[in-house]
Design a protein. Structure first.
Length: 143
């Protein structure tokens, strides 16, 4: 009986340790630095290199992005944000990391924010009320 309790006490911490190390390995895999220095390399090859280094697959539509476009890149221990900032610059595209995918999608335009309307200084009075006010004011002065 003691042997069973002892083994159960060891199993739960072991499982917990296993889960924690597995989770941190997955997290580290997706956020690792990217190092790549190439001239005239296609975007498809850049994405393959990103997959090798991070384990994340780059997912995109050819209608949004021409993966045969040649680029010159020089990244040393760069984060995803920096890499995709350079690769997608001027293309009106953005990326999102979902599970083990980097999804390239069209950028949503920034919402137009209307400035708050300022209330006019003083009172705004409709024309009829203004006439009535002026009439009463004149009567008061005549008395």
């Amino acid at each position: 009986m003691e042997r069973i309790l002892f083994s159960r006490r060891l199993i739960l911490p072991f499982i917990f340790l296993l889960l924690v190390t597995r989770y941190s390995a997955v997290q580290a895999q997706g956020t690792g630095p990217i190092t790549l220095k190439k001239a005239n390399i296609s975007l498809a090859d850049v994405f393959k290199s990103i997959k090798k280094q991070t384990g994340l697959t780059v997912f995109y539509s050819n209608t949004l992005l021409n993966d045969k476009e040649l680029v010159t890149v020089d990244f040393k221990n760069a984060e995803l944000k920096e890499v995709f900032g350079v690769l997608l610059k001027g293309k009106n595209l953005t990326y999102v990391v979902r599970d083990q995918l980097i999804v390239i999608e069209k950028s949503e335009p920034a919402p137009i924010v209307n400035p708050p309307k300022k209330e006019p200084a003083g009172a705004v009075v409709p024309k009829k009320c203004r006439e009535l006010f002026l009439m009463t004011r004149g009567l008061l002065y005549q008395v």
